[in-house]
Design a protein around this ligand. Structure first.
Ligand code: NAP
Length: 204
């Protein structure tokens, strides 16, 4: 992290697996909001999800490292994985504020999929969230994040950014692997090799 940072992007997600849509979204947001760095934070145990088809936190973290390593503005944190238990965004942002030089030093931008942001009013201790970060909902073109349905608490601190590459989805990638289809160019080459080497996502 640069010493004189003022805006940190936190890219939250399950990343099961990370793909080019995530990387392009992070880069577009970094550029548009003039962020100093983007920290990818793979969820340990995502709230509201059963373990079923989620690769282990260690595999998802390793794939994020392989994917983010080619961009000087990207880095990866194992903070949610190390914390264990459910991964609550509020806890993550507050922990990062402590790590990055104390509260109030700079602005934090939490970036994730628009489908997830649409549910933000159900998140843990949501009342505190607008005080500690801004929220960027990234979506594929044509997706409508109905701001009228977003809790008024969040309307002023939530932004929607359309990213064409988000037509790629982790669900589709897992499905293709199960059917023995190619995933070349959907994920970085190093991630593709890692998935095959570790035989990830071959079964439901
Ligand atoms: P999800 O339900 O797996 O994903 C919802 C949609 O958003 C999917 O289309 C997904 O596409 C997309 N998406 C997820 N992360 C993305 C990213 N970083 N960039 C672009 N698209 C993304 O969502 P989730 O992964 O469980 O949750 C997203 C984030 O919100 C996580 O950091 C999670 O911890 C946080 N969250 C917090 C709470 C809470 O604090 N209580 C509750 C829910 C979620 P792909 O499948 O292709 O990624």
């Amino acid at each position: 992290m640069k010493k004189d940072w003022s805006k940190l992007g936190i890219m939250g997600g399950t990343f099961n697996p990370i793909h080019h849509g995530h990387l392009i979204a992070a880069e577009f947001v970094r550029d548009e909001f003039k962020l100093d760095e983007i920290l990818f934070v793979p969820s340990g145990k995502p709230p509201h999800k059963h373990a079923g088809e989620i690769a282990s936190p260690e595999h998802r973290w390793m794939m994020a490292l392989l994917a983010a390593g080619t961009n000087e503005y990207f880095s990866v944190s194992s903070l949610e994985i190390d914390r264990g238990g459910e991964s609550y965004t509020r806890d993550t942002i507050l922990e990062l504020k402590e790590i990055y030089g104390g509260r109030g030093k700079g602005d934090f931008y939490f970036i994730t999929g628009a489908d997830a942001i649409a549910e933000i009013s159900t998140w843990h201790k949501k009342e505190n969230l607008p005080e500690i970060a801004k929220f960027i909902a990234v979506s594929r073109p044509g997706y409508k994040l109905d701001m009228d349905k977003i809790d008024p608490l969040f309307r002023r601190c939530t932004y929607l950014v359309e990213v064409p590459a988000l037509a790629i989805s982790s669900t589709e990638i897992r499905e293709r692997i199960r059917r023995g289809r190619t995933i070349k160019y959907l994920v970085p080459e190093a991630v593709e090799k890692y998935i095959h080497k570790n035989k990830l996502y071959q079964e439901v």
